[in-house]
Design a protein around this ligand. Structure first.
Ligand SMILES: Nc1nc2c(c(=O)[nH]1)N[C@H]1C(S)=C(S)[C@@H](COP(=O)(O)OP(=O)(O)OC[C@H]3O[C@@H](n4cnc5c(=O)[nH]c(N)nc54)[C@H](O)[C@@H]3O)O[C@H]1N2
Ligand SMILES: Nc1nc2c(c(=O)[nH]1)N[C@H]1C(S)=C(S)[C@@H](COP(=O)(O)OP(=O)(O)OC[C@H]3O[C@@H](n4cnc5c(=O)[nH]c(N)nc54)[C@H](O)[C@@H]3O)O[C@H]1N2
Ligand SMILES: [Mo]
Length: 680
């Protein structure tokens, strides 16, 4: 071995917006990351990584990384920039923000999501900065608030089964989740259950790679899950398959639910869901008679008008059968609520720095409209500046035409902290180079397991990149924010992040398991005030089926013009819009495409591989048609989320999606969208 060669292994955590939050082992040779692997000791990760993150070094060392601050040199949205020094960029940004803040700080909007899920590089110094500034608040709804608020109202928190316990199930309903693509480490446990004789049922409009590997695939119409859940309850009720004892002791409001569900015999739901009646009655029988029975619910099914009500209904199923009594029984949508007594959000984010000033809230899911609205009394001041970090709204937010138009406003001052020149960064006045997970410190919680993790920096920042925390510290200094909290280092922030989690163990082992009970609700004990699962929620009443805004049944005249329901679920080798620019991953995904059923394709003269236009009143998206057996009749699947500039004619699927919001949680309705498809 060359004596000058040094090899180290650094413990990290995957930063991506994914339930799995893997523990990483990062090999560094001569100051360069050469390998990113899963930690074999961390039970959820069990040594395995997805294809994307095993290529994380390719992303970090990508030739297109933004490595210096950039200042716009062309027209808004042109993506033309010149490099400038950090001092020049930060001085100018601070001066511009100060001038706006002097009129009304609420004209400044932070826009961020989960590009990294790290608690430090997410909302720590950044949140302190915007709170101190008195900027508008951002309602971070773009992914999960419909289902998240619904499950929290039902169980008292975003809490549920242990990931590892799925291996002990005998029946798993994989509901609204393409687990192989988006929750791979759950899939390992589901496969273990399968080997032990479990039946796996996939409930998803699309025949996904997960559906391929399940025993049964129920391809219901998008947005009809609530009707299916009600019919399952109907069957449990009329056949006497309820766990009356569990219900009496641990469920509030059951009688009101009984009344609703008895109106939903399988035949009625079959007509709404577009699946045979017998499939529903058989599913009910299987769910009632198999022990232990588990549901892995995921956010794919709540991006529709009735997403919140559907989650409330499905969350009650294991309470009606008492499935919670057994290990391997119950339901998981999100585990993030288990961390609620351990994470010190207020300490990291310091909402107190607002100091009682008025705070207008902007919903990130309707950023298009928000940027285009003027200063009206009900809206508040016109948005004059946006600071984007950890997000790519121009690609991922619905109704792109309006989002693009908003970001192209000449009078909007836009700063984007990024790794790459994304569609959003192309619209910036300044792009600031941010470090990746291999270059900075962070701590993590998870929404798919119950371990806290630490990510140690493996290498020094590349080029002039800085962690988000450091960028906001530097901006705070220039704004004259002298509160000592702006001087906290990342190490100090990591110490502030948690209570009751062994920081020393996080440092040495990289991860720590939370003390969550083995069978959390075997004997009730939900996190609601009376410890019972809640049917009735004040303000929301009893959960019911809420039809999609846009479907053949609920909007027949719209459906005459646009008869196909479009969903736009994630592509396996991208993560939302991240990784689309990594050539090796993009080559696996091929090209932007829309999957269409052979009958729907034939009726339109569309051959497999043909270039098509997908369109509705909101926009037009050009891509390739895939007649590959994955789409059911009447539904097309526009896999997401391509960078617009890497798509055909600079468009992506969000040209078509709408800014209408979910029944609960003010979330987006990406999968509630009628379209027509025609040869291009
Ligand atoms: N590879 C990969 N992994 C990811 C992501 C990614 O983009 N790529 N995204 C990450 C993110 S941001 C999240 S939030 C999580 C969860 O990610 P989600 O986006 O929730 O992904 P899935 O769990 O796969 O759920 C999507 C599935 O729901 C199905 N679906 C769509 N509409 C309906 C419906 O009305 N009813 C039902 N039953 N199913 C429906 C889709 O066909 C798809 O198979 O995963 C994360 N993991
Ligand atoms: N049509 C359709 N649209 C969708 C979805 C869908 O299923 N269909 N899914 C929706 C969902 S579930 C979600 S969660 C949203 C996600 O939308 P976003 O949260 O915007 O996620 P990404 O598209 O992955 O963009 C994250 C960006 O953050 C950057 N980033 C990562 N780490 C860091 C860092 O440390 N510092 C800085 N400054 N930047 C960083 C990445 O380079 C990337 O460009 O998209 C939504 N949009
Ligand atoms: Mo998400």
């Amino acid at each position: 071995m060359n004596p000058s060669t040094s090899t180290r292994v650094v413990r990290g955590a995957c930063p991506h917006d994914c339930p799995d939050t893997c523990a990483l082992k990062i090999t560094v040779e001569d100051g360069r990351v050469t390998k990113v692997q899963g930690d074999p000791e961390h039970p959820p990760t069990h040594g395995a990584l997805c294809t994307k993150v095993s290529r994380y070094a390719e992303r970090t060392y990508h030739a297109d990384r933004v490595l210096t601050p950039l200042k716009r040199s062309g027209a808004k949205g042109s993506g033309q920039f010149v490099p400038v020094s950090w001092d020049e960029a930060l001085d100018d940004i601070a001066a511009r923000l100060k001038a706006i803040a002097a009129r009304d700080p609420q004209a400044i909007l932070p826009y961020s999501y989960a590009g990294t899920m790290g608690l430090l590089q997410g909302e720590s110094i950044a949140a302190r900065f915007f709170h101190r500034l008195g900027a508008s608040l951002l309602d971070r709804t773009i992914c999960s608030t419909a289902g998240g608020d619904a499950i929290a109202a039902t169980y008292g928190g975003k809490i549920g089964m242990h990931l590892e316990h799925y291996a002990d199930s005998q029946l798993i309903l994989i509901w609204g989740s393409n687990s192989i693509a988006s929750n791979l480490h759950f899939w390992t446990f589901a496969q273990e259950a399968k080997r032990r004789g479990a039946k796996l049922v996939c409930i998803d409009p699309r025949r996904t790679e997960t559906a391929d590997k399940c025993h049964q695939h129920i391809a219901l119409l998008p947005g009809t899950d609530g009707a299916l859940a009600l019919a399952l309850m109907h069957e449990l009720m009329v056949h006497g398959w309820l766990d009356e004892d569990y219900i009496a002791r641990h469920v509030d409001g059951f009688e009101a639910l009984r009344e609703k569900a008895l109106a939903w015999p399988p035949a009625r739901a079959a007509a709404v869901c577009g699946v045979p009646e017998a499939v529903i009655s058989t599913l009910a029988r299987d769910y009632a008679s198999t022990r232990p029975a588990a549901i892995r619910l995921n956010y794919g099914m709540q991006r529709v008008h009735g997403g919140g009500n559907a989650v409330r209904l499905i969350a009650l199923l294991p309470c009606l059968t008492g499935a919670w009594r057994q290990r391997g029984g119950g339901l998981l949508l999100s585990s993030s609520g288990w961390f609620r007594h351990h994470r010190n959000s207020a300490m990291l984010e310091r909402p107190d720095l607002l100091g009682g000033r008025p705070s207008r809230t902007i919903n990130m899911s309707t950023i298009g409209d928000a940027l285009l609205h003027g200063g009206s009394p009900d809206f508040g001041p016109r948005i004059e500046a946006v600071v984007v970090y950890n997000s790519n709204p121009v690609a991922v937010a619905p109704e792109s035409r309006k989002v693009v138009q908003g970001f192209r406003r000449d009078d909007l001052f836009t700063v984007v902290l990024e790794h790459f020149l994304t569609d959003t960064a192309d619209h910036a006045d300044y792009v600031l180079p941010a470090t990746t997970q291999l270059e900075h410190l962070d701590v993590h919680i998870s929404y798919g397991h119950t371990y806290a993790l630490m990510n140690r920096p493996a290498v020094a920042p590349i080029g002039q990149a800085l962690p988000n925390t450091e960028i906001f510290r530097a901006l705070a200094r220039r704004m004259g924010f002298d509160d000592p909290c702006f001087a906290d280092t990342d190490e100090q922030l990591a110490e502030q992040a948690f209570t009751g989690i062994d920081l020393a163990a996080l440092h040495t082992q990289g991860w720590v398991r939370l003390p969550v009970p083995e069978l959390p609700f075997a004997d009730g004990g939900f996190a609601t005030p009376d410890g019972k699962a809640q049917v009735v929620v004040p303000g929301w009443g009893v959960p019911d089926y809420v039809a999609p805004y846009e479907s053949v049944q609920s909007a027949p005249s719209l459906a005459q013009r646009y008869p196909l329901a479009m969903i736009s679920p994630p592509a396996r080798h991208f993560l939302n819009s991240s990784f689309v620019n990594v050539a090796s991953l993009r080559s696996i995904e091929g090209e932007p495409l829309v999957e269409i059923h052979p009958d729907d394709a034939a009726a339109r003269g569309i051959a497999d591989g043909a270039l098509v236009d997908v369109f509705n009143e909101r926009g037009r998206y050009r891509c390739k048609a895939a007649v590959n057996g994955r789409a059911r009749p009447g539904v097309v699947n526009g896999l997401g989320v391509w960078w617009r500039k890497l798509g055909v004619q600079g468009t992506n699927v969000n040209e078509l999606t709408s800014q209408r919001l979910t029944d609960i949680g003010r979330g987006p309705t990406f999968y509630d969208c009628l379209v027509e498809v025609a040869p291009a």
